[in-house]
Design a protein around this ligand. Structure first.
Ligand code: FCB
Length: 460
């Protein structure tokens, strides 16, 4: 182990990457035969996107991908996590394959490999073909079969070159933000729909793992979950119960079935009592076995912990908070608390309780809105500090025995941050959305130094 006052050596053979997703960066939404996605549709709904924007141009990565790959190479990264837009490849969701769409991803993968970037391909990062949504989307079991066909098409074409396959990005967001809160596409608001969608997304994952394995010999398949460790705002019974409930909704509802335990009983009882589900009749015989199909790795997206305060009792009847709300200087532009210890704790928990063969941090990053200054540089010290803290958290987890094999910063570029539009800047690289000019931020320069010296030094 290295002397941490001097800095710390990085692990050998580790993947260091940046992550993106198709709808957030590609643009070119009407080019080369791409079909409509549920995000194109949601962007047209008044009020759905905070700044009224859409993904029509985004970062124009569809055309500027060689520049973007070159940036990653210059920074010293060795991996790139990106996603494929389903409606680019199968515009109607099922049936006819659009070769031009597949050609684009082939160029991207070949381009990444040529620049020493190992591609990690995510099949579904939220841009469902609108035609499938019109037929019920993830609420309909038919979408599971459509996803298997789509996974087959993409993995047949790229299975000889892509080694790391992610089926689904963040099922909780798909199910709950998309079908319960309605803040993300398809913008529905009904727990009954959300629970069905969650089940079908998990089933689509499990059923596509053997498809990927068949088409990508030697390849690895996994899923990406967003993980947030909840902590009670006080020791009151109400806060502790709310914390357990949040953990069930956010973390265990996905981890438990993926690792062969079925859906957690406490949450099933809670959803049933609330009238969100009746007998979970949409879980058919064999489904839980399919969902628990062994995977090669788990991808964890970590941004922050969640401090939970019960809403079941009046504030005046609850115990005083022992954990106050974090002050503004400890929060990012999203309002999320900067809490690197939660990453170590989450990695340890998942390792101990579920034992994935390998783990990747598939997203981690912070929104801060710094713009280029008079010197032409973007001085984003808070993002650098965030990265330093979270890389240290990864090294702590490795030292404690977690089989962590890679880290992907979210995100390569400032991009379309879903319902927030272009207001939230998560990039290592600044994008001027008027000119599409890219500017490497100071945080990225720092990360690059860390990677090139193989040494995590404290401070700048
Ligand atoms: C994650 C999403 C990613 C991005 C970050 C900030 O939940 O996977 O697309 O929006 O949050």
């Amino acid at each position: 182990m290295s002397d941490s006052s001097q800095g710390r050596r990085l692990p050998a053979g580790f993947l260091w990457g940046a992550a993106t997703s198709s709808f957030q960066i590609e643009g070119a939404t009407r080019e080369d035969g791409r079909g409509e996605s549920i995000w194109d549709r949601l962007c047209r709904k008044p009020g759905a996107i905070a700044d009224g924007t859409d993904g029509a141009v985004a970062c124009d990565h569809y055309h500027r991908w060689p520049e973007d790959l070159a940036l990653m190479q210059e920074l010293g990264l060795n991996a790139y996590r990106f996603s494929v837009a389903w409606p680019r490849v199968i515009p109607q969701g099922r049936g006819a394959v659009n070769q031009e769409g597949l050609d684009f991803y082939e160029r991207l993968v070949d381009g990444a490999l040529a620049r020493g970037l190992r591609p990690m391909l995510t099949l579904y990062h939220w841009d469902l073909p609108q035609a499938l949504q019109d037929a019920g989307g993830w609420v309909s079991r038919d979408t599971v079969g459509a996803f298997e066909e789509y996974a087959d098409v993409v993995s047949r074409r790229l299975g000889d070159r892509v080694r790391d396959w992610v089926t689904i990005n963040e099922p909780w967001c798909v199910a709950v933000l998309g079908h319960v809160h309605g803040s993300q596409a398809p913008g529905l608001q009904d727990w009954k729909l959300g629970l069905r969608a969650a089940h079908h997304v998990l089933l689509a994952h499990g059923r596509s793992v053997p498809v990927i394995r068949r088409n990508s010999p030697g390849g690895k398949a996994g899923i990406v979950l967003i993980i947030s460790p909840p902590v009670a705002a006080s020791g009151s019974a109400a806060d502790r119960a709310a914390t357990q409930s949040f953990d069930g909704e956010f973390n265990r509802w996905y981890l438990d079935p993926l690792y062969g335990r079925g859906y957690p009983a406490d949450k099933k009882a809670e959803y049933t009592a609330a009238g969100h589900a009746q007998d979970f009749e949409f879980v058919l015989p064999g489904d839980l076995e399919d969902i628990a199909t062994p995977t090669d790795f788990l991808g964890m997206n970590y941004y922050s912990r969640t401090i939970v305060r019960s809403s079941a009792v009046a504030e005046a009847d609850n115990e005083p908070r022992t954990l106050p709300e974090p002050p503004p200087e400890r929060r990012t532009d999203m309002g999320w608390e900067v809490y690197p210890e939660g990453l170590t704790a989450s990695l340890l928990r998942v390792h101990r309780e579920y034992g994935p063969r390998e783990i990747y941090v598939t997203e981690n990053g912070a929104a801060y809105g710094m713009e280029p200054g008079p010197d032409g540089r973007v001085h984003d010290e808070p993002r650098r500090a965030y990265l330093e803290g979270h890389l240290g958290a990864c090294l702590d987890a490795i030292d404690a025995g977690v089989p962590l094999k890679g880290y992907f910063a979210w995100s390569l570029l400032d991009n379309f941050e879903w319902a927030y539009g272009y207001r939230m800047r998560f990039g290592l690289v600044h994008v001027d959305f008027a000119t599409l000019k890219r500017t490497v931020k100071d945080s990225a320069r720092w990360l690059s130094q860390v990677l090139k010296t193989n040494w995590l030094r404290r401070g700048t």
